[in-house]
Design a protein around this ligand. Structure first.
Ligand code: SF4
Length: 374
């Protein structure tokens, strides 16, 4: 679990990442050996540039690499230029059907277009969109959704199924390839976890384009987090997925936090403090739950990867502390053991545990950053 102090080879933790091409979304690389990027999407009216930029700030602060905005009308693409200029992270324009919105978005500086070329209409329109994308260094994401599969595929397969979703994706890919455009990534999302996983597995065998993974419309914060963790967790553990979005009926910044937690749980990408804490029982020697709740809030500003164990008693405290950068284990009579770099360091007597740990974490984060800068 430790992220900076006690790294040793652990073959049972190894994930063999599937080899994919690399595409660019602005200055963020997706696929190949690039870190798996975390995305979210704004839910403000895009035409309201001020509100959208404000929401992008919260998404950036949560650590997102990329943000997507819907561009359903001309007012939205008109606001996009200002939004792109203000955003610190690349902006993807989400387009459905309207080829002119795609061209306007590319001209406004979108780093990527989420569009399905098979839905644009005539070949001439497809060519115009591709030309705009090439002229403005825009990549594209083909986004197949089980809930909106093409009619001919539903007729062929009878219902949404992995084969139909992959066939749909490859049909859209072919249109782009026939027009000499390969700067693309693909998603095959479903709100059904099993269908989603099966579709991505099949797609990853069928092509080597980078995959944007996500369980779509996963639900509210709690249910959506669990569903996404299962769906994305299974795919990522098989090496599938180059960029991800957790889809929640919640604040976009929550999607980003959950996305990072999924990556952290698999040891794929670390950001901020990973807290290991026990559920507590009658043996606990202090308020572990309250301490962890307070720490999660107080340490949200730390972006340096490091680990912290907050354990109620000696049953598991020393063992967890050995594997974390900083640890506290509850002891009797208000005396708690502090561990640094896996070693017992000193005892804390009647001091505010939260305040003490916040200071220790901030100091450790500063040390790690200083070492990196050397
Ligand atoms: Fe209970 Fe101690 Fe285990 Fe925490 S570490 S759950 S306090 S036995």
């Amino acid at each position: 679990m430790s992220t900076s102090a006690h790294n040793s080879p652990r073959p049972w933790k190894h994930i063999e990442r599937r080899k994919t091409k690399t595409v660019n979304v602005g200055d963020v690389l997706v696929g190949g050996d690039a870190p798996i990027s975390v995305q979210s999407m704004t839910n403000t009216p895009t035409a309201d540039a001020k509100a959208t930029i404000e929401q992008i700030r919260t998404i950036e602060e949560a650590g997102a690499d990329i943000v997507r905005v819907s561009c359903p009308d001309e007012e939205s693409t008109a606001a996009l230029k200002e939004i792109v200029r203000a955003s610190k992270i690349p902006v993807i324009a989400d387009i459905h059907f309207h080829y002119k919105r795609a061209i306007e978005s590319a001209e406004a500086g979108a780093a990527c277009l989420r569009i399905n070329p098979g839905n644009i209409g005539s070949e001439e329109r497809v060519r115009e969109v591709i030309k705009a994308a090439k002229d403005h260094n825009c990549s594209m994401r083909i986004g197949v959704n089980a809930g909106s599969l093409d009619k001919h595929l539903l007729e062929k397969y009878g219902e949404p199924c992995p084969e139909a979703m992959v066939e749909s994706a490859l049909e859209h890919v072919k249109i782009l390839e026939d027009n000499d455009f390969t700067n693309l990534k693909i998603s095959v999302k479903s709100s059904d976890t099993f269908l989603c996983i099966a579709a991505y597995r099949a797609l990853s065998k069928a092509c080597d384009y980078p995959l944007h993974i996500g369980v779509t419309e996963a639900g509210g914060l709690r249910t959506g987090t669990v569903k996404s963790a299962i769906g994305l967790g299974m795919l990522l553990s098989e090496g599938i997925g180059d960029t991800l979005r957790v889809s929640l009926s919640a604040e976009p910044a929550e999607e980003v936090r959950v996305g990072f937690e999924i990556l952290k749980a698999l040891g794929i990408r670390n950001r901020g403090v990973s807290i290991v804490s026990c559920p507590t029982c009658a043996r606990r020697n202090y308020d572990v739950i309250g301490t962890v709740e307070a720490l999660e809030k107080r340490l949200a500003h730390i972006t340096t990867p490091l680990s912290l164990s907050v354990i109620g008693c000696v049953v598991n405290g020393p063992g967890e502390a050995m594997m974390t950068d900083i640890g506290v284990t509850g002891g009797g009579k208000g005396t708690h053991q502090i561990y640094l770099d896996g070693e017992a360091a000193y005892r804390l007597q009647d001091e505010d545990i939260v305040e003490h740990l916040v200071k220790l974490v901030e100091k450790k984060a500063a040390e790690i950053e200083a070492t990196k800068a050397k």
